[in-house]
Ligand binder design. Structure first.
Ligand code: ACO
Length: 308
C-alpha cells in the first residue's frame, strides 16, 4: 500500500502581540490568573484566515521545493472562514495558484488532525501532493468584553505538504471521533460570539485526548512509552499536563506553545509542530503523537513515524 510523508511545513502569525497585561488594562483579569489557569502569556491578533493560511501555505510549499502548480488538493481546516460562501480555501487556492482542488474542513479545534487523516486517505486514492493548512482568526468571533473567552484565543496558521511515497508512509495509526450530544458546550451561532462551558469542556477534553491517543497508538501497535514527541491541541496548559500525565508520556516530550500563541483552534497543532521542528526536537524515525479535541465535540489523533 502506498504511503505518504510530510515534506514541508510553515507557520504564520500576525505581527500584533497582545499580552496578559494588555488585557488586564481593560478587563477584570490579571496576568497571574491567566498564567495560572491557562498557561497563556500572550497571543497574536490580526489578519484574515485566508491571509494567514496563504503565508503559512507558501512557506510550507517553499520548504518542500514545490509551488501551487504541483498540488493536487488543498485542504484548509478552519472554524473561522472569511465568509460563509465561498470557502476560504478558494482564496488560498487563487493566491497560491494551486492546480488541483480546494476545500474547507471544519471539525473545530480537531480540524487539522482530521485533515491529515483525510489527506492520507486521498493519497490512497491517487493524490500525489496535498497542501494542508490550519488557519484561524478566533479574535473575529470573540467578545472582547467577555473575560472568560477573551483571554484564551489567538490568531495564526500552520501548514504542511504531504507527498505520496512509494514505500511505507509515516501514518502508523489514527483515531477520529465525535459526540454531537455535547455540541452545546462550545459554540458560536452565525454572526455571534464564541461561548464555552469551560469546566465541562475541560473534563471532556482530558478524557478525549487520553482515549483518542490510546486508540491511535493501539492501532499502530504502540504504547505511550513509544512516543518521542507529543503534539497536543493547545487549549490550556493544564489540559496538556493532565492528559500527558495520564497517558504516562514524560514531560520533556510534550510540545507546549500556548504561552506564546493562546488557543488558535485548528492552527494550534501545526503551529506547535513547526515550533518543535524549528527547535530541532524531531529526528527521522521518531514517533510523533498528534492529538486534538474541540467543539462538536470532536477529537482526532494520529501517530506518525517522522520521515516515513
Ligand atoms: N480573569 C479572572 N477571573 C476569571 C476569568 C478571567 N479571565 N475568567 C473567569 N474568571 C473567574 C470566574 O468568573 C470564576 O469566578 P467565581 O469563582 O467568582 O465564579 C473563577 O474565575 C473561576 O472560573 P472557572 O471557570 O471555574 O475557572 P477554571 O479554573 O475552570 O478555568 C478555563 C477556566 C481556563 C476556561 C478552563 O475551564 C478551561 O481551560 N476550559 C477548557 C477550555 C478549552 O479547552 N476550550 C476548548 C477550545 S476553546 C475554542 O475552541 C475557542
Amino acid at each position: 500500500m502506498p504511503g505518504a510523508r510530510i515534506t514541508g511545513w510553515g507557520a504564520a502569525v500576525p505581527e500584533k502581540v497582545v499580552t496578559n497585561d494588555d488585557l488586564s488594562a481593560r478587563l477584570d483579569t490579571s496576568d497571574a490568573w491567566i498564567t495560572e489557569r491557562t498557561g497563556i502569556k500572550q497571543r497574536h491578533i490580526g489578519g484574515t484566515t485566508s491571509q494567514l493560511a496563504t503565508q503559512a501555505g507558501a512557506r510550507a510549499l517553499a520548504q518542500a521545493g514545490l509551488t501551487g502548480a504541483d498540488i493536487d488538493v488543498l485542504v484548509l481546516a478552519t472554524t473561522t472562514p472569511d465568509a460563509t460562501v465561498p470557502g476560504t480555501s478558494a482564496t488560498v487556492q487563487h493566491e497560491l495558484q494551486v492546480a488541483g482542488g480546494a476545500c474547507d474542513l471544519n471539525a473545530a479545534c480537531s480540524g487539522f488532525v482530521y485533515s491529515l487523516v483525510v489527506a492520507h486517505g486521498l493519497t490512497l486514492a491517487g493524490a500525489r501532493r496535498i497542501l494542508l493548512v490550519g488557519s484561524e482568526t478566533l479574535s473575529r468571533i470573540t467578545d472582547w468584553d467577555d473575560r472568560a473567552m477573551a483571554v484564551l484565543v489567538g490568531d495564526g496558521a500552520g501548514a504542511v505538504v504531504l507527498e505520496a511515497t512509494e514505500g511505507a508512509g509515516e501514518l502508523l495509526g489514527w483515531d477520529l471521533g465525535a459526540d454531537g450530544s455535547l455540541r452545546h458546550l462550545l459554540k458560536c451561532d452565525l454572526g455571534g460570539y464564541l461561548y464555552m462551558n469551560g469546566k465541562e469542556i475541560f473534563r471532556h477534553a482530558v478524557r478525549a485526548v487520553v482515549d483518542s491517543s490510546s486508540a491511535a497508538l493501539a492501532r499502530a501497535g504502540m504504547v505511550p512509552g513509544d512516543v518521542d514527541l507529543f503534539v497536543p491541541h493547545q487549549a490550556n496548559a493544564r489540559i496538556i499536563a493532565a492528559a500527558g500525565q495520564r497517558l504516562g508520556i514524560a514531560e520533556d516530550r510534550w510540545v507546549v506553545t500556548i504561552d506564546r500563541y493562546g488557543n488558535t483552534s485548528s492552527a494550534s497543532i501545526p503551529l506547535a509542530l513547526c515550533d518543535a521542528l524549528a527547535a530541532g526536537r524531531l529526528r527521522e524515525g521518531d514517533t510523533v503523537l498528534l492529538s486534538g479535541f474541540g467543539g462538536g465535540m470532536t477529537w482526532a489523533s494520529a501517530v506518525l513515524r517522522w520521515g516515513g
